[in-house]
Design a protein around this ligand. Structure first.
Ligand code: EPZ
Length: 422
């Protein structure tokens, strides 16, 4: 397993290109199952999760061809479709559950393995099952697989999610696009990735309104045609790299970044003493004079503070002046980066869903272990400003969601190397 070595750094300067959003692309790729015509995705990120989704779609009979060094995904699904999403692939990546809605809509039946838990939580699928059942699907759990059947096809319905689940909203949108009649989804997730999926589905001929709000209306159509769609910029990668100059000092421009994708995060950065400016090429970030100030953070569904930036924000707050309290309200076990940051000298107390961070002057480099995707990058951010050397092991977690992280950070002056496993 590769590891990444980071050495404490002075101020950073330069530009970091922001890639297409992993969490948008993982919802857009299964949309190819909805049509027998080609769907081309441009501005696609080059990540191991995208390769896992490619493997899953291929197992179902869809084709995904990576062009232009992986930045373009040419997908199609015009032959025989296998309705079974196998545990061996699904267990590697929870987003595999996003084939359930499209398979049901296209075939009228699907057999999709439950993904099983992951490091950050149990991550059940009850909200997905309730939403698709509202459209007329009969779904039962057998041997760890969801067996779904929609005799006579899916029918439009009004349904309210008990929680604004991103994945359940995406499965419902894709299924309702081909259902007979009108559907209304209430308490829908509002994330930019939902809006991006709706844009792509409209380009394919779907009739969807209200995406980005809590109430989405979908008029089912008989069929969807092919399209070409650009993947929206990755707001979580953007927020992650905005924290690099915030932690190290200096000034960095994140090319392709858009503040409107992460306004609540930018407000917290401003309160902590970080200046953020939208330019016509991206987002420019620099630390205002003086030490970072402590701020409190509560993670919430969009437009609240993103849970996927909580670990990275904690890395910044470890050396802030004062005490910060971070409340994680989305996942039940998303503070695994805290003990690793404490190995670097951070002063953090975790009680249930709250982490209290007492700022210290400086962190000290240490060997640390990545436990999940966002925790791994928070350790790299902490290492950028720590005294001495930090070695982050198990960086396969990192490669799921960040393309060429060491190249991007080296490009703005960071002392960072990837050490290939022997
Ligand atoms: C998406 O996961 C993202 N993944 C996650 O990003 C992100 O953290 C999450 O949304 C929240 O923003 C992708 O888009 C591929 P949810 P998703 O359904 O759709 C519970 C990353 O780091 N829940 O909104 O799975 C669930 O357990 C990843 O890129 C149920 O209880 O998130 C969690 O506590 C991590 N039953 C909460 O809701 C369900 O049926 C939010 O889940 C579904 C979800």
């Amino acid at each position: 397993m590769d590891s990444i070595v980071v050495r404490g750094n002075g101020p950073l300067s330069g530009q970091i290109p922001i890639a297409g959003a992993k969490n948008a692309c993982l919802a857009l790729m299964p949309a190819t199952l909805l049509s027998d015509e080609p769907l081309t995705l441009t501005n696609a990120p080059r990540l191991s999760d995208i390769r896992t989704m490619t493997e899953l779609l291929a197992s179902l009979g869809a084709e995904v061809t990576a062009l232009q060094d992986g930045k373009v995904l040419a997908t199609s699904c015009h032959g025989e479709i296998n309705p079974v999403a196998d545990y061996d692939i699904v267990r590697k990546m929870r987003a595999s559950n996003l084939v359930l809605g499209p398979l049901l809509a296209r075939l009228g039946h699907a057999v999709v393995s439950l993904p099983g838990g992951c490091a950050i939580g149990a991550r059940p699928m009850d909200i997905h099952v309730d939403a698709l059942s509202a459209l007329g699907a009969e779904i039962e759990l057998k041997d760890g697989y969801l067996h779904a059947e929609a005799k006579g096809g899916l029918k439009g319905a009004v349904h309210e999610l008990r929680f604004a689940s991103v994945g359940a909203t995406e499965n419902f949108l894709m299924a309702a696009s081909l259902a007979k009649g009108t559907s209304v989804l209430k308490n829908a997730a509002r994330e930019p990735e939902i809006v991006d999926l709706a844009k792509c589905l409209r380009a394919m001929g779907a009739q969807i309104e209200g995406d980005g709000t809590s109430e989405i209306v979908i008029e089912g159509v008989d069929r969807l045609h092919g399209a070409t769609h650009p993947v929206v910029a990755d707001r979580i990668e953007l927020g992650t790299y905005m924290l690099a100059p915030a932690i190290c000092g200096g000034e960095v421009e994140c090319l392709g970044g858009r503040i409107d994708l992460i306004e609540s995060f930018c407000e917290k950065l401003d309160a902590a003493g970080v200046s953020v400016e939208q330019t016509h090429t991206g987002v420019k970030v620099s630390r205002k004079n003086g030490r970072i100030r402590a701020v409190d953070v509560v993670t919430e569904p969009f437009p609240g503070f993103p849970t996927d930036l909580q670990a990275q924000m904690m890395a910044l707050l470890c050396t802030a002046e004062g005490t910060s309290v971070l409340e994680e309200k989305i996942f039940e076990n998303r503070f695994m980066h805290a003990p690793e940051l404490m190995r670097m000298g951070a002063n953090i107390e975790v009680h249930g869903g709250h982490a209290t961070v007492h700022g210290v002057e400086k962190l000290k480099g240490a060997p640390v272990m990545a436990t999940d995707l966002r925790a791994s990058v928070s350790l790299i951010l902490a290492g950028l400003a720590a005294e001495g050397e930090t070695v982050v092991s198990r960086v396969y977690h990192l490669d799921r969601g960040y393309e060429r992280v060491e190249e991007k950070l080296k490009g703005v002056g960071a002392h960072i190397e990837r050490v290939k496993a022997s």
